[in-house]
Design a protein around this ligand. Structure first.
Ligand code: IVH
Length: 696
């Protein structure tokens, strides 16, 4: 992988991870599984290890803790909020007990009392009480620091605002905030109705109001409700709280964990009534009882937490890593069921990814009826060899989306159904769907015309860093697309013909339509690099668009050479590969884009409306082939302007200073980058020196 490819990939990862962070933490509506998310973070970390100079300021690795919603202040826990180790079998539990005995040197016959508590998958919170009053409360966050959600917590009816005396002067109480199954279903139904109403309003061109999210499970619903910036909204949500642990305490409130739970009850907390104390040997029995009671419980549980009862022993055992030695979460096995696979649908995502989805005869798994499951990608289908008509084992394992685990009796004689053939044409638009490089995902190449992708592509096309069409917001684009007025980018430039229809839309009016149309007109001559970037070709971010613009100079030349580059070994393909920073994968993406006749038609249609400016590169000069970093604020021009000038003079610009940097241009209030430049012996330029060398 070249540095430019890595840079493009890191940019993509930063954006994608940020999007998923927002979906998970702020809207509580995850779009991918935890495992898929972890894979993205891992990929980011691996690339950064290979290219440390490319670490971005907005990289997920540079952020502290888990994306806090803006608007909450930090909440530091007096004692860290830890996680628990997991057990999955009786053997794991026996080993947990043996480890405790070894650590404390307890004889075999010394009785060991254990408390078992159902493990609810909600949101853990830390509640600080000072002189018996609830003063502050926070989320877990990264374990050391969470978000201060005091105002929201005050609205919970299960949370006592004052403790019944006697109590220690200062104590942190931990517990789980959750939603019952019934409350969750009712709340989700209400959110679905609100969403449908919002869509109706969008169709009718009415004012939309705030965004609506539909929670996928009780945990998301509880998390979303607790993270409201307006406590009045939290107050309307049916949240419950069970208290179960202690953080910092000015004096020990009990000698045993079960005594502590009694104390909590006495103070007015609700403590799970199923929590009970027994001898370690009886835990397996308790586990079995909880598993059988699970379907009838009012809330979802995913296992049982076992804690050593004696607090003095807990104190001696302490912690290893991020988990206590004195507690363990014994998880229930994932729930499975068998059903028939009816067919495999292919869905096209907003970025053109073709995702197979299993459609099955509905079956109950873990208390919910399931009719769909993800099959991830075509390799996965081949590996499992699932075919329509097969009996399949389905599993719901904490994840939002159920999975197909295996085929039942795949070797049976007379197996129905032929092996599934993954389509090579996009089911949404008929364009070619291809796999590039070692990507497991097959993607539609018809980016400019594919209905599954158009709105997303149009948003990108109009966005600030692309064509920068002011006033062309996401909602407006979605509406115009729905009406059929804007299907491909070229249509944006023909909106003038729809002035009357646009003005008739609720809340638009003459003035805003005039402004919008003027903003479109102002972009008929975009810079070539912006134009290339705006097309939204996969892996062609700003940096690669600049490389292409600089190399090919004008759009006709670029188009012609990209077509010619289809033939491997051709002169045009060699030329493309020779551009510093354009690796084989990027070349393949470009060639695939230009190989799709529908894209060419859309591109030519667009070129009938806009005329990209030729890229002008001034040869020679002090910055040709050099790498520049700008830092601090400039006084006579914007950072964008300065970078554009440097690039016009043949320089590359970068965000971080490394040994490869040739110049660091230092503005006012420059921070660590200026210091690093001096440290590495990189030449530092003032703004005035830069202007002079750049002939400005
Ligand atoms: S005790 C050091 N008790 O499970 C003690 N946790 O994997 C740590 N949880 O973040 C927590 N029910 O959100 C404890 N009865 C219970 C619990 C419980 C659910 C959650 C909690 C925690 C996670 C640990």
């Amino acid at each position: 992988m070249t540095e430019a490819e890595a840079a493009a990939e890191l940019a993509r990862l930063a954006a994608e991870i940020a999007r998923h962070d927002a979906a998970y933490h702020q809207r509580d509506a995850p779009e991918i599984s935890d495992a898929e998310y972890d894979a993205l973070v891992r990929r980011n970390r691996e690339l950064e290890a290979l290219f440390p100079a490319l670490i971005r300021e907005d990289s997920p690795s540079q952020r502290v803790g888990a994306g806090a919603v803006e608007g909450f202040s930090a909440f530091s826990h007096g004692v860290p909020m830890l996680s628990l180790d997991n057990a999955f079998s009786p053997e794991d539990f026996v080993e947990f007990c043996a480890r405790i005995r070894r650590f404390l040197a307890l004889p075999e016959d010394e009785p060991m009392a254990i408390v078992g508590e159902p493990k609810i998958d909600g949101l853990s919170v830390n509640l600080l009480y000072e002189n018996g009053r609830f003063t502050r409360g926070g989320t877990r966050g990264d374990g050391a620091v969470g978000e201060d959600i005091t105002a929201n917590l005050r609205t919970l009816s299960d949370l006592p605002l004052r403790l019944k005396a006697p109590f220690p002067a200062r104590i942190e109480i931990r517990g789980e905030v959750f939603m019952t199954r019934a409350d969750f279903l009712a709340y989700r139904a209400a959110q679905e109705a609100a969403l449908a109403e919002r869509e109706r309003r969008r169709d009718a061109g009415e004012k939309l109001g705030p965004a609506v999210s539909v929670p996928v499970n009780p945990r998301n619903a509880a998390a979303g409700s607790l993270r409201q910036l307006d406590a009045a909204i939290t107050a309307q949500r049916p949240l419950k709280l069970f208290a179960y642990a202690m953080g910092e305490a000015s004096e020990p409130p009990a000698e045993t964990h079960h005594g502590w739970l009694e104390t909590l009850r006495g103070w007015g907390f609700s403590v799970n009534p199923l929590s009970s104390v027994f001898n370690a040997a009886e835990a397996a029995e308790f586990q079995a009882r909880m598993a059988s009671e699970r379907p009838a419980l009012a809330y979802e549980i995913d296992g049982v937490v076992y804690k050593l009862d004696r607090l003095d022993w807990q104190a001696r055992l302490g912690f290893v890593g991020r988990a206590p030695r004195w507690a363990i979460a014994w998880k229930f096995p994932a729930e499975q069921a068998t059903t028939t696979l009816l067919r495999i649908d292919i869905q096209v995502g907003r970025t053109g990814a073709l995702t197979p989805r299993a459609v099955m005869e509905p079956v109950m798994v873990g208390g919910v009826s399931v009719a769909h499951a993800t099959l991830h990608n075509e390799d996965e289908i081949a590996r499992k060899d699932v075919r329509p008509g097969d009996r399949v084992v389905l599993q719901r394992a904490g994840d939002v989306i159920p999975q197909i685990v295996s085929v039942v009796d795949a070797d049976r004689p007379g197996r129905r159904g032929a092996a599934f053939v993954f389509p090579s044409l996009c089911p949404a638009c008929g364009s070619h769907a291809v796999r590039v490089g070692d990507d497991v995902v097959r993607r539609c190449t018809g980016g400019l015309i594919c209905p599954a992708q158009t709105v997303e592509r149009l948003k990108h096309f109009c966005s600030r860093r692309a064509l920068d069409i002011e006033g062309m917001g996401d909602e407006r684009l979605a509406l115009m697309h729905e009406r059929g007025w804007v299907v491909s980018p070229a249509d944006l430039f023909r909106l003038g013909a729809r002035r009357a229809e646009l003005s008739a839309l609720e809340g638009w009016g003459e003035t805003s339509v005039t402004k919008l149309l003027a903003a479109v007109e102002a972009r008929r001559q975009p810079a070539l690099e912006r134009f290339i970037f705006a097309l939204g070709i996969r892996r062609i971010g700003e940096a690669n668009a600049k490389l292409l613009a600089r190399h090919y100079g004008d759009v006709a030349q670029w188009r012609e050479r990209m077509r010619a580059a289809r033939i491997i070994g051709s002169e045009a393909r060699e030329e493309l590969g020779s551009i510093q920073g354009i690796g084989p994968t990027i070349a393949e993406e470009l060639v695939d884009f230009f190989a799709e006749p529908k894209n060419l038609a859309a591109l030519d249609d667009l070129l009938a409306e806009v005329t990209p400016d030729n890229a002008q590169v001034i040869e020679g000069g002090p910055f040709a082939g050099k790498t520049l970093v700008f830092t601090g604020s400039l006084s006579t021009m914007t950072r964008d302007e300065a970078q554009a000038r440097a690039e016009q003079l043949g320089a590359k610009t970068s965000k971080s200073v490394s040994k490869k940097t040739d110049f660091v241009v230092v503005g006012e209030d420059a921070g660590s980058k200026a210091a690093k430049a001096t440290e590495l012996g990189v030449r530092v330029l003032s703004e005035a020196e830069f202007r002079e060398l750049a002939g400005m």
